[in-house]
Design a protein around this ligand. Structure first.
Ligand code: FAD
Length: 293
């Protein structure tokens, strides 16, 4: 059995290139995921993170996929875990199962109430991701990531309070991963602000390759991330052109600028899109070798 890799230790040594995937919902989605894992087999991302459905809706499917990645050995997995819909006992069970399976990397999130459950009530054992980070520390030797929002969280009461909260959260965790953004300056001024608050843990920027204006508007309304007009303009392509290729070009330019300016790595939101991810990882590998122009 290989020794598990802790992401914070990896970040201390190198700029990481990580990817985020979602557990499949259907047979067709499973076949698509197999093709994506094949891409990872050849491109060897630093780690692969697996999302957790709102309100725990993918509890079993997330765990199954994480265990599949653990069995691949060549792959370092990270499980996302949201706590808004769980009791302390649920979280202890889930994290103990992961610990026994050999998983060491967890992205600790509060999460959102499930969109299709208007009557949803949280058990209120956790009021923020910080509570989950503290619980996880008591359960095992996890490398703990948290979600960072460079443009502020949509539910924040004020920017000041939001930044205080994010700084406190990052200080408790080992590293952060951001929501996607398109303005590199937004990310670096966010990092400067965290440093000014005395928090120097690594924050990996999240990068999305926008494949259509519709997809981008949906993602933006969920996350609060703004879409500059130059991104929308570039996606308004003629029918013969593949919009996703323009999305890959936008993402590649972001990655190049972020890595050149000292970001600790990049986290690529794959949306389980095989062709887009293959192309993006190929471009990122060229950047790392200094061959991208
Ligand atoms: P928290 O940091 O706990 O809080 C969110 C916001 O609430 C804060 O930024 C702040 O504005 C406010 N707040 C909370 N507590 C306080 C406090 N004590 N004082 C002041 N303000 C406070 N969602 C999923 O369902 N599944 C996933 O797999 C998933 N993966 C994600 C991965 C990344 C990299 C990112 C960036 C987000 C992800 N999300 C995921 C979305 C996330 O669940 C939502 O953004 C959710 O609304 C907040 O979760 P959080 O952990 O950021 O919350």
């Amino acid at each position: 059995m290989t020794v598990p890799v802790h992401i914070d230790q990896l970040l201390a040594k190198q700029q990481t290139i990580s990817v985020e995937i979602m557990p499949p919902k259907s047979r067709a989605a499973e076949a698509n995921l197999d093709a994506l894992l094949q891409v990872f087999h050849y491109t060897q991302p630093s780690f692969v993170s697996v999302t957790y459905g709102a309100g725990g809706s993918t509890r079993e499917r997330t765990a199954m996929l994480v265990n599949q990645l653990l069995a691949m050995e060549s792959c370092t997995p990270m499980a996302h875990l949201t706590c808004i819909a769980h009791t302390k006992h649920d979280i202890e069970v889930i994290l103990n199962e992961y610990r026994m399976a050999g998983l060491v990397n967890v992205l600790a999130l509060l999460g959102d109430p499930p969109a299709n459950e208007p009557e949803f009530e949280s058990p209120k054992d956790f009021s923020s991701a910080i509570d989950l980070v503290r619980s996880a520390k008591a359960i095992g030797d996890f490398s703990l990531g948290v979600a960072m929002h460079p443009e502020g969280h949509p539910a924040a009461r004020s920017q000041q309070q939001d930044r205080d909260h994010q700084a406190e959260k990052l200080a408790e965790a080992d590293f952060g991963i951001t929501q996607f953004f398109f303005d590199v300056g937004t990310y670096f001024s966010f990092i400067d602000d965290l440093h000014a608050r005395g928090v120097h843990k690594p924050v990996i920027p999240g990068v999305v390759a926008p494949i259509s204006t519709e997809q981008l508007s949906r993602l933006s309304s969920l996350s609060g991330a703004s879409i500059p007009s130059w991104v929308a303009d570039r996606l308004q392509v003629s029918e013969e052109e593949d919009a996703w290729k323009i999305g890959v070009a936008i993402a590649t330019e972001l990655v190049e600028s972020l890595l050149a300016n000292g970001a600790p790595g990049v986290h690529l939101y794959t949306m389980n899109n095989v062709a887009m991810t293959r192309e993006l990882l190929r471009d990122v590998a060229m950047i790392q070798k200094g061959h991208y122009v």
